[in-house]
Unconditional design. Structure first.
Length: 213
């Protein structure tokens, strides 16, 4: 019989992801907390040279895994080859970063006096009115960033859910911009080691590669 792996606290970080998404619906300013999901993986990759965040601490990846595997919401078939292709992954990262910069620019415009836009943009096209959010107690640019950033987080969640249903549970990890960035950083940082030993080690493979196997 298969031995049950002992659960660690880090196996429950999917709850943090769920709380984050719910808190954002309750009060849009909680969207700012999502900066942690942006900064921590980058710090781990830059200073630690590993994809430990993806491999162990990413609540989003865990959530897709749980929905796909435990709730059987995934067709569980390999993702198409193009998703894994560096051209697509780096192209998607570039597109994602351009949209992120445009979001920062909107925040800057509000900072310099433009009116606050109380909308959350989904999939970069659909602007949902979000008028129930009370952001009057914060500076308008703080509210604008929260609306923009929550749109980014919801958009990546929707894309992740769609690819989870269509392919393997964690297929989002194959082209996740954070995964692509941290993998690139690890490759640059550990390049010397890779050349020395001929392999970057299991720790640095990350779900991006594993999901497509
Ligand atoms: S690739 Fe993205 S979603 Fe997947 S584990 Fe890494 S950061 Fe999380």
């Amino acid at each position: 019989m298969k031995e049950q792996k002992k659960k660690r606290w880090s196996d429950y970080l999917w709850i943090v992801e769920l709380c984050y998404l719910s808190l954002g619906l309750f009060n849009i300013l909680f969207a700012w907390l999502g900066m942690l999901f942006f900064c921590i993986p980058l710090f781990v990759a830059i200073f630690g040279g590993s994809k430990a965040y993806c491999n162990r601490y990413c609540g989003r990846g865990q959530l897709f895994g749980l929905l796909g595997e435990k709730l059987k919401l995934s067709r569980n078939v390999p993702p198409p080859k193009f998703l894994r292709h560096p051209l697509f992954r780096y192209g998607f990262l570039t597109f994602f970063m351009i949209m992120f910069c445009l979001m920062l620019f909107s925040t800057y415009r509000v900072f310099t006096g433009a009116p606050l836009s109380q909308t959350v943009t989904l999939l970069w096209v659909f602007r949902l009115p979000w008028h129930w959010a009370d952001v009057s107690f914060a500076a308008p640019w703080i509210g604008q960033f929260a609306f923009g950033f929550f749109g980014v987080m919801l958009t990546s969640t929707i894309l992740g859910l769609i690819t989870m249903v269509l392919f393997r549970p964690r297929s989002w990890c194959v082209y996740c911009p954070m995964g692509t960035m941290t993998q690139g950083i690890c490759k640059l940082r550990n390049g010397k080691k890779v050349r020395e030993y001929g392999s970057s080690g299991k720790e640095n493979r990350g779900p991006a590669e594993a999901a497509g196997e």
